[in-house]
Design a protein. Structure first.
Lengths: 418, 266
């Protein structure tokens, strides 16, 4: 199993009354009142230090993503952070940009160029994430018409993959991108192009795209592996219907994780920061979550039928304490043994070979984040890395310039192959 | 009062269906009454039978189409207001109406103005009830998608505690109905996202039809100051204000609204 330390780069010091006083963590939290660049310069440094630590300690990958006008993640340009990481990750972890919100860029060749730059800078270690993007980012912050979100996304996917694979210059006559000369310098180092990982929230169309193009699908939510079951179940059913194998490396999921010496100690150390996350960072009104027209009729009907919204609302609004968070799987927390056991259970339940490990949560300070990363790398990784190793699946979506830290079964010494 | 959006059409209203834009966009039109034709274009709240349609059907043949995109339609065939103006021109062809008076409310007013600017000889008279189509920094129009349904209702009606406000409440218990309402809203937002200023300012001067502008004095969604944008660009227009009405004067003050519209069309 591949473990990727993923960072949202949140604002770690929102005021205590934030969720009472302000409407939303996203789109409208007033920047002059809440976002102090003097704090942000420290957060950015901590965040990069934490990602670099994860590389040194042997994570398979480090991950960043894109959000806009958002207090829990203000990495407006993940490519800037990925470029910095490309130069400061000597242990050759994969650099997972999950990803660029394609529908925002016009022309989308900008994404093809920047990702190719990162791939060359990192000696072929880039994972290219192609999320559709949230309604908050795409429709509300960047003004893309909701009904055009997916058409723009699909066209950008076509344009970028063509820019990476066709000899330039060529002409692209799209609905949203009309270019006489497509000829990016450079093309990516990896051939035919960096592995593409889709990131989604449960749209039928995205699963089908993953199947059609033979790309991975990653369900990125904050509500943990139990809620992810419905979505990943839908993904695998779609793969079955399309006649595609159940290679677990086709799938990834995100999970908030808190590791300490003991289960009790985990609660003492992390509860405050996890509560900060759920109370403040998830404070978004329903009308921002999905502008009318953002989701297609098909996906809306699936969501209604499978009760997705109701489930999400239930998870979002339920009374949260340490026990409910742990029992519901929203967090996986405790001693290394407890955490490893549940991660293996989760991987099996979801049939997922890529763990997007969220180890910096909410207000979690730098020193505690370092502890979480270190304990995970030293005590949990060796226990979970061998998951799937005995089944013979090939991870065809791992960047070929990145280290392949080969999974072993428990008790065997670890090898590193490159 | 029953829910405004789920009011069924009365039995004397006929439904006619067409396929427009080279067969790619289905059109549904409700037809009632007899006499000279009046085309009615609804607002973002969707098409339901209302007192104004009832009054118009008493003296005219009223044609009330649903804006395209509320059903399964792929709105990619209609990308912008220019496509929509041509779509309504095609609809007049399909209805075999060489000319018609056109009445539009809110977004429907914007569409009606675009149609009148484009198909000048076809629009004999124009009634715009609280139309959108402009943007003023001194009177911003609320983000229809970026506020709660409850807040939106507060902005729509003059009397937020009256029966109309209650009748506009969203059907929260019914996810499918909520979704259909979102699709109707999406079909409007498609043309006006993120702000409704889509070039009408460059085209409105072309309108030849005598125009009546109607505005509720208490319109909190689209301030009556927007009437200036229309008045200053139209060669033959008059503004009438409806007292004790917000953004829905035809529902809030039906008698006063219907009287003015009928008098103007006469």
């Amino acid at each position: 199993m591949k473990s990727i330390f993923f960072h949202f780069m949140p604002y770690r010091d929102l005021p205590d009354d934030f969720d009472k006083k302000y409407e939303s963590i996203w789109v409208t939290p007033p920047n002059d009142e809440l976002c102090d660049p003097n704090m942000v310069r420290q957060y950015y440094k901590w965040s990069l230090d934490e990602l670099e630590l994860a590389d040194r300690l042997g994570f398979d990958g480090v991950g960043v993503n894109e959000h806009h006008q958002n207090g829990y993640g203000f990495m407006a340009s993940p490519n800037l952070m990925a470029a910095a990481l490309a130069r400061r990750t000597p242990n050759n972890s994969a650099i997972c940009v999950l990803g660029n919100t394609l529908a925002l860029y016009s022309p989308a060749t900008r994404v093809a160029e920047e990702m190719a730059m990162i791939d060359c800078l990192s000696d072929g270690r880039l994972v290219a994430g192609f999320p559709v993007g949230t309604s908050m980012d795409v429709n509300f912050c960047y003004g893309v018409t909701p009904t055009l979100t997916r058409p723009r996304y699909r066209e950008a996917v076509d344009l970028i993959t063509q820019a990476w694979t066709r000899p330039g210059p060529f002409t692209f006559n799209g609905e949203f991108n009309q270019l006489r000369y497509v000829n990016p310098w450079p093309k990516p180092l990896q051939k035919p192009h960096p592995p593409v990982w889709l990131a989604g929230g449960g749209s039928v169309e995205t699963w089908e795209l993953a199947g059609d193009r033979d790309w991975t699908y990653n369900y990125l939510s904050f509500f943990g592996y139990q809620l992810a079951q419905k979505v990943m179940g839908g993904f695998w059913e779609t793969m079955d219907r399309m006649g595609i194998d159940r290679n677990p490396y086709r799938a990834g999921y995100s999970q908030q994780i808190c590791v300490s010496e003991t289960d009790e100690r985990a609660e003492e150390e992390y509860l405050e920061h996890v509560m900060y996350f759920f109370n403040k960072c998830m404070h978004t009104p329903p009308w921002f979550r999905e502008a009318p027209g953002y989701r297609t009729r098909r996906s809306s009907e699936f969501a209604i039928k499978s009760n997705q919204a109701t489930e999400l609302v239930r998870m979002a609004t339920m009374e949260k304490d340490w026990k409910t968070l742990v029992d519901s799987g929203m967090i996986i927390a405790g001693s290394p043994a407890t955490v490893a056991d549940r991660l293996i259970e989760a991987a099996k339940t979801l049939n997922a070979g890529n763990l997007i490990a969220l180890l910096q949560i909410g207000s979690m300070p730098h020193h505690l984040t370092e502890k979480n990363i270190t304990l995970f790398a030293e005590e949990v990784l060796p226990r979970i890395r061998g998951q799937w190793a005995d089944q013979g699946w090939d991870h065809r979506w791992w960047p070929n310039g990145a280290a392949s830290r080969v999974g072993t079964l428990a008790g065997e010494p670890e090898r590193s192959a490159r | 009062m029953t829910n405004v959006m789920t009011n069924p059409m009365p039995p004397y209203v006929l439904e006619r269906n067409f396929e427009l834009v080279n067969g790619q966009v289905p059109a549904k039109v409700y037809v009632a009454g007899s006499g000279e034709p009046v085309l009615y274009l609804h607002g973002a709240d969707g098409l339901a039978w209302n007192p104004l349609l009832e009054a118009l059907a008493g003296q005219y043949t009223v044609y009330a189409p649903e804006h395209p995109g509320a059903g399964q339609t792929d709105l990619l065939h209609l990308r912008d207001m220019w496509d929509l103006a041509l779509y309504y021109d095609e609809l007049l062809d399909a209805l075999q109406l060489p000319t018609a008076a056109v009445v539009g409310h809110s977004f429907g007013g914007m569409a009606a103005a675009e149609l009148a600017a484009n198909s000048r000889p076809r629009v004999s008279k124009l009634v715009l009830i609280a139309p959108i189509g402009f943007w003023r920094d001194d009177a911003p129009i609320a983000d229809l998608a970026g506020i709660s349904p409850e807040q939106l209702i507060q902005l729509l009606v003059h009397d937020p505690s009256g029966p109309l406000a209650a009748a506009l409440a969203p059907p929260r218990h019914d996810p499918q109905a909520m979704f259909e309402a979102a699709v109707r809203m999406a079909s409007i937002l498609h043309f006006i996202w993120p702000l409704p200023d889509k070039g009408l300012k460059r085209r409105l001067h072309r309108v030849a039809a005598p125009t009546l502008l109607l505005w509720g004095t208490g319109d909190k969604l689209v301030s009556p100051v927007y009437a200036e944008e229309f008045d200053s660009r139209l060669s033959d227009s008059r503004l009438e204000l409806i007292e004790n009405a917000g953004h829905l004067p035809h529902l809030e003050q039906p008698t006063a609204t219907c009287e003015r519209v009928l008098k103007f069309l006469r």
